[in-house]
Design a protein around this ligand. Sequence first.
Ligand SMILES: [Zn+2]
Ligand SMILES: [Zn+2]
Length: 344
Amino acid sequence: MNAWRKHKGNPKPILERVPVPETPPTGFLVKLLASGVCHSDQALLDVEDRPQFDEKYILGHEGCGEILQIGDQVNDPSFKLGDRIALLAVPGCGEATCSECSRDLDQLCPNGKHHGIGQDGFYAEYVAIDVRGAIPVPDAVPSTVAAVATDAVNTAYHGITRRAEVKKSETVFLFGLGGLGFNAMQVVQHIGARVLVSDLRAEKLEAAAKHGIPREDIVPAGTSIPEFVINSGLQGKIDTVLDFVGTSQTFHDGQQIVRPGGKILCIGTLDRKNEVDMKIGIRKRLSFIFSYGGQKRDLVEVLDLIAKGVIRPQVETKGLLDFPQVLKDLCDGKIKDRVALVAE
Ligand SMILES: [Zn+2]
Ligand SMILES: [Zn+2]
């Protein structure tokens, strides 16, 4: 089968013919129907400092596929041949003895599979996965959307609902309306909290307006965020900042605008290092919250919300062979939302 692999020491993805994997006893052989392209694919191509990563592995950590074969130890009747499933890249091992799974931190599991993140992932025609990483896809959800839901929606959902615990009564400021941020906006709208949004791209702000964000809650591109907050009478009223950008500028502005006792959720990592103003952090008694990925129960809820039309992820479709160009366009800011690759 065709697959895009990362070779240690080489920052370029390599298209190769590799064998179709065998069906695992506790899982499925899956024919991939769609795989989402993520900004972190570039980081994965660049990093060489993760010794636990395989020397060569197939990239891609957002997937949706169809069950081709079922392992002989799988006895969960909710899965049948031909079913469509969303693929969780890091489902955890689930063992009671696991340092992380035993503390409900499956996405940090050091033992289970990490598809597309150091081990074989989804930029291929087939993949072998454990039943723990499979979530049935409702009929109303297209495969391309289900693929990006596993990370671009699920990471936003987990961060907002389970880490920052955003409530309906809150006023939220969201930095970034990209691949994750636009979904984050819809999650906050679903919760019912007021959400102010900012992005450098005017077309993303227009899309937010079309999606029901009132004009007065959209920061015009190029405007100073702290000034906008003061001029809108919102000084001291922003309960939670959602930083889906993570530049030194957004992280700085977030600390300025958040209210005393407020929270800052860190998801974006465009700058590797950002500065905490210790005085502001202490005087305001802020909570800085980091989040990574999401879990199976989040993805079940996410797919249900998508099936009901509550969250509508924006996805474009390209061919599997287009991966390098799509990734370049994504890094150059030329992709509006998310791209899912499908095998030709
Ligand atoms: Zn990702
Ligand atoms: Zn584990």
